[in-house]
Design a protein around this ligand. Structure first.
Ligand code: NAD
Length: 300
């Protein structure tokens, strides 16, 4: 079934996602505050709208892909997106935002007579371009069933994780595992270096033993063992350290709100925040390994 979709937020992720909806045969009305983002989307077949509200007024599904929760909530409420849409419109927020903000967004949509789904993604800009994203969705079964064909036009898989906010919860829990495990793998390589163990020897053992994980076998933080990992191209992202810092910050907020200790998750959030604010600002998150070596120690 073909939809008229309002797509707000046509940046690194939203631009190619909207283009994939056009390719799948939908009519997409797009809006972004940035002229260049809007122009790039228009070149891919998205119809530019003068405002987000104007796009929403003519659509039966509204998708947002924005930097943070405050942007989503301001757009929904103060900037009139919910008020502009026809009653019963399905609002799908694909941004990565606080679980609490996602629940507020669901409640605001319901109060305005609409339906909502939180559906953050994993897979990065390459996944957005190639339509291989994974979506993690929170909301009602009916809303998920309606959105699923659109999500799978932009990705390879959509998982219904539970009620409002469950998609955001799954996203930050997964990325907390990833952030901690990248630091763990990096510490192991640095310890190995100090013991005279080669990167390849540690990789050959750990990748087929109980230390095996994605941070080691796909995004290996030292150059050599996994030729495609960002470490082999001076840590060009990949998954940028600032995005990891953002997601771990959201996880830390949720830990505090839920009264959960998680000392490693909190420490990982601190380490990535410091790294992303300094030398890691433009680097893949695996470059955190550089901060773990003794100052007078060996280098990779
Ligand atoms: P981006 O900064 O490239 O894009 C965000 C876009 O939103 C910008 O073009 C901005 O102009 C626009 N925008 C902001 N406020 C607006 C408003 N009120 N109305 C219209 N447009 C508005 O960011 P991105 O990399 O595309 O990330 C988007 C979301 O996806 C974030 O929540 C991010 O955490 C998440 N995410 C990103 C990646 C990634 O690899 N980049 C991976 C997974 C998830």
């Amino acid at each position: 079934m073909s939809h008229v979709i309002a797509f707000v937020g046509l940046g690194h992720m939203g631009g190619p996602m909207a283009a994939n909806l056009v390719k799948a045969g939908h009519r997409v009305l797009g809006h972004d505050l940035a002229e260049d983002a809007l122009a790039a989307a228009a070149a891919a077949g998205v119809e530019p709208a003068d405002s987000a509200a104007a796009a929403a007024a003519g659509a039966d599904v509204v998708i947002t892909m924005l930097p943070a929760g405050r942007h989503v909530l301001a757009l929904y409420r103060e900037q009139g997106l919910l008020a502009a849409a026809r009653p019963g419109t399905l609002f799908v927020d694909c941004s990565t935002i606080d679980v609490a903000d996602a629940r507020t967004a669901h409640a605001a949509a319901a109060a305005a007579g609409h339906r909502a789904l939180d559906a953050p993604v994993s897979g990065g800009v390459m996944g957005a371009e190639a339509a291989t994203l994974t979506f993690m969705a929170g909301g009602g079964q009916g809303e998920f069933a309606e959105a699923e064909p659109l999500l799978t036009a932009m990705g390879k898989r959509a998982v219904h994780c539970g009620s409002a906010g469950a998609g955001q919860a799954a996203k930050i829990c997964n990325n907390m595992i990833l952030g901690i495990s990248m630091i763990a793998v990096s510490e192991a390589f640095v310890l190995g270096e100090s013991l005279g163990l080669s990167h390849q020897a540690l990789f050959d053992v750990a990748s087929t033993a109980s230390g095996q994980c994605w941070a080691l076998t796909v995004n290996c933080p030292v150059p050599g063992p996994v030729p495609g990992s960002p470490a082999n191209r001076d840590y060009r992202p990949g998954f940028g350290a600032p995005l990891m810092a953002k997601d771990l910050g959201l996880a830390a907020n949720a830990l505090t709100a839920g009264g959960v200790d998680a000392p490693l998750g909190r420490r990982a959030a601190e380490m990535y925040a410091a790294f992303a604010a300094g030398e890691g600002a433009e680097l893949d998150f695996s470059a955190i390994v550089r901060t773990l070596r003794p100052r007078n120690g060996t280098t990779a």
